[in-house]
Design a protein around this ligand. Sequence first.
Ligand code: ADP
Ligand code: ZN
Length: 298
Amino acid sequence: MDHFYGGVEAGGTKFVCVIGNSPNEILAEERFSTTSPQETIQRTIKFFKTKKEELKIELTSIGLGCFGPIGLDKKSSDYGFITSTPKPGWKNTDIIGPLQKALKVPIIFDTDVNAAAIGEGKWGAGKNISNFIYFTIGTGIGGGIIIDNQPVHGLIHPEIGHILISKNPMDQFTGKCPFHENCFEGLASGPSIQERWNISAEELPPHHQAWDFETEYIAKALSIIICTISPQRIILGGGVMQQLHLFPKIQSKTIDYLNGYIQSALILENIEDYIVPPKLKNKAGMLGAIALAQSAVN
Ligand code: ADP
Ligand code: ZN
C-alpha cells in the first residue's frame, strides 16, 4: 500500500487537515472551524480515518502545527498539550494523545509558525537558507525561527509576537494583548488595527495613517529580531501582509532603524530579497504541516 504524509494546521479559528507529499501532490484537504477541543479533535481523526480508507493508503506520520502556547518538551508532562492559551475551553488540552491513540502513527508536533517556516524552508522563500524567520501577521502575530536548518524550541518556544516595542507618541490605542500594553501583537495584529481605527484592516485605503503605524511597529520588531537572531532572510506572511504596499515601506524603515550598524549587503543593497512575502502564500501552514511530518522521517 502507498504511504503518504498527513498534516494538520491547527489554528485558533480553523483547522486544515491534509494528506500529501508536496505542494504538487495533495490527495485530500478539508477545513473546518475550531469549536470545542472534543469536537475538533474528533473531526480531525475522522478526516484521516475516512480518507485513508477512501484513498487506500497508509500514513507514514502526521505533522501537527498548532496554535499555542504548546508543550514541546518530550520529557515534560505537558508534552503534546495546548497549555496556557486564552482561547476558551482549550486551556491544558491534550491534543497529541487522542490523535495518536486513534490513528496509531507518529505525530510530529510543533508550533503553527515553526511548521509554516519548515514548509517555506522546504518549498518556498526559505529554500537553501539555514537561518531565517517566518512571521504571520494576522489574527495574532507569531514567528517561527529556523536556526541551522532546525526549528527553535528552547525554553518553551519563541513568542516573537509578544516582544515589547515602543509606541508612537501619536498612537492613542492601548494595545489589544491582555498581557502587555505595548507588545508587537497587541499593537500590530489585524484585530488591533480594526479596534484602533474602527474599520477592518482589509478596508483601510493604502494612504491611511494606519499603515504608517503598522510599518513602524513591524520595522521596530524586525530590527530587534535582526540584532538578536541574525537571520539571513525574513518572511512576512498572514492576512495583514496581503497589503503588499507595506513591503517597501517596512524594508526602508527597517534600514532606517538599523541605521547602518548591521553591515550586510543583504540588508544595505538587497533588502527586497531580505524581507519577503511567503512563496507558499496562504498554504504555508498546511504545507508546513506536511513538511513537519516529513522532517522526523528525514
Ligand atoms: P489567521 O491569523 O486567523 O490564521 P489571517 O492570517 O488571514 O488568519 O489573519 C486574519 C487577520 O488579517 C484579520 O484581522 C484581518 O482583518 C486581516 N486581514 C485579512 N486579509 C487582509 C487584507 N487583505 N488586508 C489587511 N488585513 C487583512
Ligand atoms: Zn503580548
